[in-house]
Design a protein around this ligand. Structure first.
Ligand SMILES: Nc1ncnc2c1ncn2[C@@H]1O[C@H](COP(=O)(O)OP(=O)(O)OP(=O)(O)O)[C@@H](O)[C@H]1O
Ligand SMILES: [Mg+2]
Length: 309
């Protein structure tokens, strides 16, 4: 099978975000006027692909959405960014995943979301040839059966697999032995090993991933490599306007670094720079940086230097 070294394929849930900024989060039974309202596509894998597209990488999304108004906005938003949507299908008379996100003045956000009624892709509908010829397969693990089948096809063809672990779900363990790079949230890590982050790194590394990273919001991230080396990457210091999608953009930057075959500390530092730049404006995608933006930040900030544990 001919491998296209530069194509990143993402298999995951796509959503549509309604993002409102407000001065102060309301108490129960209160009304509050929004300072701004923004409508934009979202979803962990989809936004990671948009990040890669802005960095100049060829990307493809593999997913199913409803066929409602939001589905068409989801698709056109991805197409506008240059993400190949040939394998993004519409589920007739079903609704798409939708999120309402309330962002306060400190850049923190509360997310309310509905899964929608569109059915997940079935394992026997996956284009195995497309998966097998990608350079990287990026997964959110939400729909376990197609994710496992896709990861198996990737593994059989030497495609690097990356997992965005947001929440540990029943059956996630079926996917973990098939993952080369786990980049998981603090919530996921706590589900694995309570508050002991190093224990979570050890337990996740035992599934044989090449690298495991736990992202910790503005506290940065912690990475363990297969040889047992651990390092901490601080978050870049920025005036964050909105942290929505920081994790998704971090994954995009991380995969970009993998494609360049950089040492893992440089991969993670690049990912952190992408995520920090993303916080400059409201919306998961609005301020996703170009390569030039990231290079400028990396050169200008000696902050963001790693520490070894
Ligand atoms: N306020 C911030 N300032 C600078 N960088 C940030 C900030 N918040 C997050 N980041 C960067 O983004 C990375 C990922 O953030 P986080 O751990 O919140 O992801 P997450 O839990 O997956 O959230 P989500 O998926 O909802 O975006 C962090 O490791 C850090 O490098
Ligand atoms: Mg996340």
């Amino acid at each position: 099978m001919e491998r296209n070294q530069k194509v990143v394929l993402g298999l995951g849930q796509c959503s549509f975000d309604l993002l409102g900024s407000l001065a102060c989060y309301p108490q129960l039974d209160q009304k509050v006027e929004l300072n701004s309202l923004l409508l934009q596509g979202g979803g962990p894998v989809a936004t990671a692909l948009v990040t890669l597209a802005r960095l100049g990488v060829q990307t493809k999304i593999l997913s199913r959405i409803g066929d409602d108004h939001f589905a068409h906005l989801i698709r056109s938003g991805l197409e506008r960014e240059g993400v190949d949507c040939l394998h993004l299908s519409f589920d007739r008379r079903q609704t798409s995943q939708l999120a309402f996100i309330a962002i306060d003045q400190s850049g923190h956000r509360n997310v309310f979301w509905h899964r929608g009624t569109a059915r997940a892709l079935q394992a026997d509908q996956l284009p195995l040839d497309v998966i097998g010829s990608a350079a990287v397969l990026h997964l959110d693990g939400l729909h376990i059966t197609p994710s496992v089948v896709a990861a198996q096809a990737a593994r059989q063809n030497g495609v690097v697999t990356v997992l965005d672990g947001g929440t540990l779900r029943t059956d996630t363990e079926k996917l973990l032995p098939l993952i080369d790079h786990m980049v998981v949230s603090q919530t996921f890590a706590r589900q694995v090993a309570g508050h002991d982050l190093f224990k979570a790194l050890d337990k996740l590394s035992a599934w044989n991933a090449e690298a495991v990273t736990i992202t910790l919001g503005r506290e940065g991230s912690l990475t363990r490599l297969q040889d047992g080396t651990c390092f901490r990457q601080p978050a870049f210091r920025v005036e964050a306007v909105d942290t929505t999608g920081c994790g998704d953009v971090f994954h995009g930057g991380y995969i970009y670094g993998l494609l360049q075959q950089w040492p893992m500390c440089d991969v993670v530092r690049f990912a952190a720079a992408c995520a920090a730049l993303k916080t400059r404006a409201v919306g998961g995608r609005t301020a996703i940086p170009t390569l030039q933006d990231v290079e400028r930040l990396l050169q200008s900030q000696h902050g963001g230097r790693q520490g070894h544990e």
